[in-house]
Design a protein around this ligand. Structure first.
Ligand code: PMP
Length: 354
């Protein structure tokens, strides 16, 4: 090995879900929203003048930050925006977890957390979920370098009641607690209001799921002025212009349309609740997901085999070939038509398998 090669930073990267190309694919593998963005977004896109692309975007993404501040009834100083919530979360790991003490997150959760921790040299410990895939909130009441919880959690879909989240935040006031609410609009109660009382709490949300804009890459964090200022300082030490011009304009439009947002979320929740029943009838058990995906396992047929036959039928779901998860599938909630096609294929193929 050449000398320079020995000095390369060694990382094991996060592996995102497949983005298959082609037609007639049913894509239920990355928790995207099956419905289009709000009509206001589509209108603003049609009216967008590419002449604007000549200039750098507003580094503070002021238009978007203002729309979010109005929506959540917080000050603009309480909001940090990034290129998807991945960017906000990564920046938050880099900014807040420098004590040298291990941070805590569950053993089963969003698999990007250990990747950021390793990348930034942050030690971590991973308390186990209980037998029902729930977070044991008592595990997070101990000395640590900080805490990260996805709520609802992924890929389990399980929601930790807000009272228990608050208990964790209250107990841990000497460290930063990050609550990743990528899926909260589909069921849980948000911890955003708690940020008014706890200056160590950062709540992170995204436009990728409930606002149908995964392709635009918009995420945000809400927290005390001190936390947001610290995040800004790190961001401006790394890349001033994170959000591009279309994301700023179109993101602001998406936030303004609350009626469309609620309608879309309600539709997905209805389809999800029907899906729980349909899967149960086919011999699956599933967690009580409060998200836009289900986490399912079949009583007889291994998840890996189901994953394979669905792929043959051009239906993509997510399979994690890792201990504890390797007999489960994560199935994003699609349109009713897409879900009917999925049930039809499973009803046809499952009896011949296993
Ligand atoms: N948090 C969780 C729990 C997720 O599942 C995801 C989606 N992969 C993200 C954050 C990141 O989403 P995005 O970067 O698209 O906002």
């Amino acid at each position: 090995m050449k000398t320079w090669e020995t000095y390369i930073r060694k990382v094991v990267p996060y592996v995102p879900g497949e983005q298959p190309q082609g037609e007639h694919i049913i894509k239920l593998n990355t928790n995207e929203n099956p419905y289009p963005p709000a009509p206001g977004v589509q209108k603003a896109l049609r009216e967008m003048n590419p002449e604007q692309f000549r200039k750098y975007p507003d580094p503070s993404a002021g238009l978007l930050v203002k729309a979010l501040a109005d929506h959540f009834q917080v000050s603009e100083k309480n909001i940090f925006v990034g290129v998807g919530s991945d960017d906000v979360l990564g920046m938050a790991f880099l900014t807040f977890f420098n004590s040298g003490k291990p941070i805590l997150f569950p053993d089963i959760t969003y698999s990007f957390y250990p990747v950021w921790a390793d990348l930034f040299g942050i030690p971590y410990e991973t308390p186990e979920l209980d037998g029902t895939f729930s977070i044991r909130h008592e595990d997070y009441k101990r000395d640590s370098g900080g805490i990260v919880l996805a709520n609802p959690n992924a890929p389990t879909g399980m929601y930790l009641p807000l009272g228990q989240v608050e208990d964790i935040v209250r107990w841990n006031q000497d460290v930063v607690v990050i609550v990743d609410e990528a899926y909260v609009d589909f069921g849980g109660q948000s911890a955003v209001r708690l940020t008014e009382n706890y200056e160590n709490l950062l709540v992170v949300q995204t436009f990728s799921k409930s606002r149908s804009m995964a392709g635009m890459r918009i995420g945000y964090g809400i927290g005390s002025e001190k936390l947001i200022k610290a995040l800004m300082d790190v961001k401006y030490s790394y890349n001033s212009y994170t959000l591009n011009y279309p994301s700023i304009v179109l993101g602001a439009e998406a936030v303004k349309d609350d009626i469309y947002f609620r309608e879309t979320v309600d539709k997905i929740v209805r389809t999800r609740e029907q899906a729980k029943e349909r899967f149960a009838q086919m011999g699956f058990s599933c967690t009580d997901s409060q998200t836009n995906f289900l986490f399912i396992t079949h009583e007889r047929v291994p998840a890996k085999d189901i994953f394979r036959i669905l792929k043959q039928e051009k239906i993509y779901v997510r399979y994690f070939a890792v201990p504890k998860l390797d007999n489960y599938l994560r199935v994003s909630i699609g349109t009713d038509e897409e879900m009917e096609e999925l049930y039809r294929i499973l009803e046809k193929r499952l009896p011949q398998m296993g």
